[in-house]
Design a protein around this ligand. Structure first.
Ligand code: FAD
Length: 413
């Protein structure tokens, strides 16, 4: 089977790259073995939240202070500015509405009740312009009886620090009885499926409105609109007080919806998505990758002019660590974690951990390298790249989106 481009990995990076290339007429395939980080998505896309532990106000300005080998520096500040500007419309074309500004972080309330700086927030959630700008004084936090994935006491404690008084109330409804019988079934996605059918929404809104008498704002877990995103606008319209949705423990309802919409966009553009297939091996000739073998395709090799590796970091096994080595498992690409194991971690847990910077090495055009030599037609994008601690910096989605758009542009040149 032959394509113009094959992308390995169907997370945010792989889908971004695939959609961009397909939008410009390329015949693309994505091969993806399983779940991605989007299934755990908080609802906000981070560009740069912190540098050296200090909160960042203007991400594009602060990017200039990052190390030379940081993926953002390799994309280049002019490209970063242009591509970051393009992202909201790019997502909008997939049916995903995000708002925010790459020159000015806004804040979102986390499930821990803490304000966190971020770049783009999905329309489900509430944006706050400053860290202490929660505009209500009396908040009602509503949970569903038996739902253990929404930690209301953390939210209460966090809001207390913002001088907000809160009360927590639980709601029971017969529509949830079937899933409540087994605690492992009482998950956000299953609650969302009940609401997606539409019939429980009016009754729940009525109960929430009765309970919210005397409160300024209602806080609920984000369990609305798994497949039917209209449900989010409907619940906002039916609750008579201002409504703040907060992420629950994953799986994330807005995350799964985002993954589905991005995949649909890719397929609508003519892309082929091989779900549940694992890339196992590559075949090289004269510094070029000519084909890959996958678990489901057996002897049928997948061929392409260019390949993009977007297989994620440790979490997705794009990078693997054993006791004595860190490696890239498909092609054996050069990685920047080839140091003595004793240097991988800092004893102080909350410090910037060296291993979090490990990832695949590339040249300045994001070509993968084997034994120090760039592979002409194998590009690398997203969290499999080395050079950044996305967790510490709050740069995860920014690295995935912007390196992927940049790599797509390199291929289209
Ligand atoms: C749990 C978690 C939650 C996060 N939440 C946020 C957030 O809310 N906001 C934010 O800004 N950032 C977040 N991040 C940071 C995150 O890294 C990026 O936002 C981004 O989603 C990563 O995308 P990716 O495509 O590079 O990697 P991934 O999402 O990890 O996707 C890699 C994909 O490659 C596939 N794959 C791996 N190996 C193979 C193979 N051999 N063959 C085929 N397929 C393969 C995997 O199955 C997976 O689907 C989170 C990270 C994690 C780990």
């Amino acid at each position: 089977m032959k394509f113009d481009n094959i992308i390995i990995g169907g997370g945010l990076s792989g889908l971004t790259c695939g959609i961009k290339l397909a939008e410009l007429g390329k015949k693309c395939a994505i091969v993806s073995s399983g779940q991605s980080a989007i299934h755990f998505f908080s609802g906000s896309l981070d560009l740069l939240g912190k540098v050296n532990g200090e909160e960042v106000s203007n991400p594009l300005e602060s990017i200039k202070t990052l190390a030379d080998n940081h993926p953002y520096q390799r994309v280049g500040i002019d490209n970063m500015t242009r591509l970051a500007d393009e992202v909201p419309q790019f997502l909008d074309r997939a049916g995903l509405k995000f708002s925010g500004n790459a020159n000015q972080n806004h804040f979102v309330l986390t499930p821990m009740g803490v304000m966190k700086p971020t770049w783009l927030t999905i329309e489900d959630f509430t944006r706050f312009e400053t860290k202490d700008s929660f505009p209500w004084k009396k908040a009602l936090i509503i949970n569903f009886s038996g739902f253990l994935d929404f930690h209301t006491l953390f939210i209460k404690d966090g809001l207390k620090k913002l001088d907000v008084t809160t009360q927590i109330k639980n709601v029971s409804m017969k529509q949830f009885e079937a899933i409540r019988k087994n605690p492992s079934e009482m998950r956000s996605t299953n609650i969302a499926k009940v609401f997606d059918n539409g019939d429980a929404l009016d009754e729940f809104a009525q109960k929430a409105n009765d309970l919210s008498e005397g409160f300024d704002v209602v806080i609920l877990p984000a369990v609305f609109g798994l497949l039917n995103k209209q449900i989010v606008s409907e619940i906002k319209a039916k609750i008579l007080k201002p409504l703040v949705l907060l992420p629950a423990v994953p799986p994330s309802v807005p995350g799964i919806r985002s993954q589905i919409l991005l995949r649909k966009r890719f397929q609508a553009l003519g892309g082929t998505y091989f779900l549940g297939d694992n890339v196992e091996e590559g075949f090289f000739e004269n510094n070029r990758l000519v084909a890959i073998a996958t678990n489901n395709h057996g002897d049928i090799k997948l061929k392409a002019d260019q390949f993009i590796l977007a297989s994620g970091s440790f979490y997705s096994k794009g990078i693997v660590a054993t006791r004595d080595k860190v490696y890239e498992p498909i092609f054996g690409l050069d990685v920047n974690g080839e140091t003595n194991g004793s240097e991988w971690k800092d004893e102080k847990f909350f410090n910037d951990q060296p291993y979090m910077h490990f990832g695949v090495k590339t040249d300045s055009q994001f070509h993968a390298m084997i034994n120090g030599e760039p592979v002409e037609n194998l590009f690398v994008a997203g969290s499999v790249l080395g050079g950044a601690n996305a967790l510490k910096e709050g740069s995860g989605a920014g690295i995935s989106l912007l390196t992927s758009l940049h790599v797509a542009e390199q291929i289209l040149k």
